[in-house]
Design a protein around this ligand. Structure first.
Ligand SMILES: Nc1nc2c(ncn2[C@@H]2O[C@H](COP(=O)(O)OP(=O)(O)O)[C@@H](O)[C@H]2O)c(=O)[nH]1
Ligand SMILES: [Mg+2]
Length: 235
């Protein structure tokens, strides 16, 4: 088999119902790395049976899972995708191709709901506020902290992301921007998930996400900006 061009990291917590469809939708040359840390259903077995690499990460948390997937990837490009069938892996080239072409270093898929029920109202409002803060922090015209995304593997590793909970996707964007990466947002369809939400669909998950993300944004605001650094230079 030829080496995969793209490794797709799929954080997965109890997604046995969604995985067969998700894994059947990968484009040629894309290899799935399903990262499980705590599933009580048959997610890991289902993923393995369907040909995915399955990683078991002992530490809980979305960031733990996402980062373990990145560390075990070997392809030059790494993409991230939810394993809940809310996004279609067949759309991954939308985020991968601009990175593969060398046009930008990070592409985020802006979630475009296909039905009203795809995205709960409180999650939309929280996301709208978050997008405003991301625009302020990065200067990029972002509208969503899109979970479907792609970047080069060595570059991602060099960001040395530290968050291991729900702040991981935001930390990636903030660090990438601070490092001078070109970031692009593309539209990607977003459908109702299969099974139950673990993050923004629950009050606890939303609360944790807001806490993790606020901490990161506050830390980002404390960092010296490009212009501050510029004015520190001797004249
Ligand atoms: N391994 C792992 N996967 C997780 C964890 N939390 C969420 N996920 C997965 O991350 C993806 C997004 O989570 P989801 O519950 O859909 O969040 P939502 O889209 O905000 O409702 C799904 O594939 C989940 O199974 C976690 O702690 N560990
Ligand atoms: Mg989801």
């Amino acid at each position: 088999m030829p080496e995969p061009r793209v490794d797709v990291v799929l954080p997965c917590l109890n997604e046995e119902g969604a995985l067969p469809w998700v894994l059947s939708r990968l484009p040629d040359g894309y290899h799935a790395i399903v990262v499980d840390n705590g599933s009580t259903d048959r997610s890991a077995e289902v993923a393995r049976e369907l040909g995915a690499t399955v990683i078991h990460e002992p530490r809980r948390g979305f960031g733990s899972a996402a980062h373990a997937g990145l560390l075990s990837a070997t392809a030059p490009i790494v993409a991230f995708c939810d394993a809940d069938a809310s996004m279609d892996p067949a759309d991954l080239p939308l985020v991968v191709d601009p990175v593969a072409a060398g046009a930008v270093e990070l592409v985020l898929g802006r979630r475009r709901p296909t039905t009203r029920s795809a995205w709960p109202a409180h999650a939309r409002v929280a996301n709208w506020a978050l997008a405003q803060m991301m625009r302020d922090a990065t200067g990029v015209n972002l509208h969503d902290l899109g979970p479907m995304r792609a970047a080069g593997r060595p570059a991602l590793l060099a960001l040395e992301l530290a968050d291991r909970r729900s702040g991981y996707p935001l930390e990636m964007v903030l660090r990438a921007s601070a490092t001078g990466w070109r970031i692009r947002e593309v539209d990607t369809p977003y459908s109702p998930r299969v099974g139950r939400s673990k993050v923004t669909g629950t009050v606890r998950g939303t609360f944790t996400a807001i806490k993790d993300m606020s901490r990161l944004l506050a830390a980002e605001r404390r960092r010296p900006t490009q212009s501050d650094r510029g004015s520190e230079r001797p004249q």
